[in-house]
Every structure is written in C-alpha cells, then in structure tokens.
Design a protein around this ligand. Structure first.
Ligand code: AMP
Ligand code: ZN
Length: 315
C-alpha cells in the first residue's frame, strides 16, 4: 500500500492505499485541526467536525438495531464495587483507571497543600473514590440488570465513554474514547445467535460506509504470563472477533468487535434464564472514534466532502 503524498494528505485516498504510518496520519489530523493534542499522550480534544462525525457514527451504529430494544447512555464512571467484581482489574491492571478523591477535613487539607507546595501530586492525601473509570461499556450494564432474564432473552443498546491507559502516539489508540454496543443476555443459544447475526451485520454495515473491513479471530490483551494463557483460550474458543481495516500501513486497526462472554458476567451478577440456568452474554461493539478515523482516512479529512452515498448512509 502507498501513502498519500504530502500534497494530497487531506484528500480521499485511492482504494487499497492508506497512510504510511501512524505518525503521518496523526500529523494530518492535527494539521487539519480535527484532533487537538493535550499534555497527556493519547488524550485529545475534538473539533466540531470530528465530534459531528462521531455522533453521526453513533446514531448510525444504533440504527442497525434489529428490534426496538431499550437504549442506554452511560456515564464515564461506574461503582468501584461493580468494577472489582467484573475482574477487569485482575485481567487488565495496566489499562484500568481508578479515581481519587479528597474526603478529609482541615488537617488533611493542610497536608494536601503542603504536599502540592512541595511539588507532590496529592496522592499521599487523596483516597480511592467509590467510582472508577469505565473500561468497556457493557461491563457497567450487567450489575444493573434484573437477574431474572426473560424467556426471549434481554437485548439493549448501550453507549458511552471508555478509558484505557494505553498512551500512544497512534491516533487510533486513545486513552478516552466511546463505544456503542448491542448487548444480549439470554440462553447460550440466544447469546451465540446474537454474535452470529451481528458479526456479518457489522461487516456489511461498515462496508456500506466504503470501509474495506476484514473479520479476524481475536483476543483481549490480558496482562502477564497467566494473561497469555487466557488470551490463547479466548482465541481457541472463538469468543472474540474483530472488524479490522487498514487506516495506516503500520498495522491493521480494529474498529469493532463481537464478544461472547459465556457465563462470565452471569456468575458474578446471578443472571439466570427461566430454566434456572446461568445466562450467557455477548456484545457487538462499535468503536466510534475509530470508525470516524477510518472514514477520515478513507474518504478524506473533510467530512463535508465525503461521497454522497456515505453521507446518506450516515444520515
Ligand atoms: P474492545 O472491547 O477492546 O473490543 O473494544 C471495542 C472497540 O473499541 C474496539 O473494536 C475499537 O474499535 C475501540 N477501541 C478499543 N481500544 C481503543 C482505543 N485505545 N482508542 C480508540 N478506540 C478503541
Ligand atoms: Zn461489550
């Protein structure tokens, strides 16, 4: 694949081409003012055009729903106790984000000021809050469900922010991003059917936006030596698939995924089907910024000039 030349960096690229590397794509996005970098690597403010594109992608991803099931918009934080129960911190300690708060009185305030005056960051005085940053949108949903899952299974759409501590200069790897997920909790057959329906549906939908997506068997980045085993098991059991595109030539980028959790969340939150068995769950997740970035890479850095079919598809 070839990269757009400097002169044409903001233009739509020819089919089969993409940016040479992450740095070239990042420079193009920053030069166009679509993303505004901050002092933290991988944390960006978004221009109005970028935000409009993300919101259009969000509405589009929701519109692919099969039934009129409920929609939920989630805050970027969740109760710490729920988070600990999901095992995210055990499996991905390197990605998680914990919130600290001040709960002291005058004496602690004095200590805080002394710490800050001495160049500290307050961590000697601050305490873990009862909330933490959300890492994956659907994880916040399971603890809030009525554990009695109905006969026909439960489906809902959830969208919101995710935080992952993976600072990177690759603009597709952000610390704060959004996802929209179509979630299913039901019998194993219902949860598997959800995956089997959504995987081709996502590929087809993303294809209709002019993106050349491939479906790949995948695994989550479980931490450490034990994590390598968990990742291999996940691959072997075909529990995760990713929808992958070439945004830049450095490596392919996942812009969506389907995840089949078996009874992982049901064991933790007692989710039970009417036959008395533990429910199974699964989700189809659209990475909203990454889809917007794939569109910017594919169709050019000016959303107003994207092909008419793409703009019509995005509503
Ligand atoms: P995952 O739960 O890892 O499958 O994430 C769901 C989707 O979120 C992925 O398919 C990506 O499109 C998106 N995503 C994951 N990590 C990031 C990140 N660091 N920055 C932007 N988008 C991400
Ligand atoms: Zn999910």
């Amino acid at each position: 694949m070839t990269s757009p030349t400097t002169e044409t960096a903001g233009s739509p690229r020819a089919p089969g081409t993409c940016y040479a590397d992450a740095a070239a794509f990042r420079s193009a996005l920053l030069d166009a003012g679509l993303l505004v970098p901050t002092a933290a690597t991988g944390l960006y403010q978004r221009s109005g055009d970028f935000e409009d594109a993300v919101r259009a992608v969000e509405a589009w991803a929701g519109s692919l729903r099969l039934d009129a099931y409920p929609r939920r918009s989630l805050p970027p934080i969740l109760p710490r106790a729920d988070f600990l129960q999901t095992d995210y911190l055990r499996s991905f300690p390197d990605l998680a984000g914990i919130v600290s708060v001040f709960t002291g009185g005058d004496a602690e305030h004095r200590a805080l000021l002394e710490d800050l005056d001495a160049g500290g960051n307050g961590s000697t005085v601050l305490e873990p809050a009862e909330t933490v940053l959300s890492s994956a949108v659907c994880h916040s949903v399971y603890p809030t469900l009525d554990p009695a899952i109905p006969d026909e299974g439960l489906r809902l759409e959830a969208s919101g922010f995710a935080f992952r501590h993976e600072p990177s200069l690759d603009p597709v790897r952000m610390q704060s991003f959004r996802m929209l997920e179509h979630v299913c909790v039901g019998t194993p057959a219902q949860a598997e059917a959800h995956r089997d329906v959504w995987l081709p549906r996502m590929a087809e939908g993303l294809g209709s936006l002019g993106l050349d997506v491939r479906i790949e068997a995948a695994n989550d980045p479980f931490f450490g030596r034990v994590g390598r085993m968990l990742a291999a098991n996940q691959q072997q059991a075909s529990l995760k698939h990713e929808l992958v595109v070439d945004i830049h030539d450095e490596k392919p980028t996942a812009i969506g995924s389907t995840n089949y959790h078996e009874d992982h969340f049901s064991v933790l939150f007692d989710l039970t089907t009417p036959d008395g068995n533990l429910a199974h769950s699964g989700c189809a997740a659209f990475g909203l910024e990454r889809i917007a970035l794939a569109l910017l890479s594919r169709h050019g850095l000016e959303p107003g000039h994207w092909p008419t079919e793409v703009r019509r598809e995005l509503g």
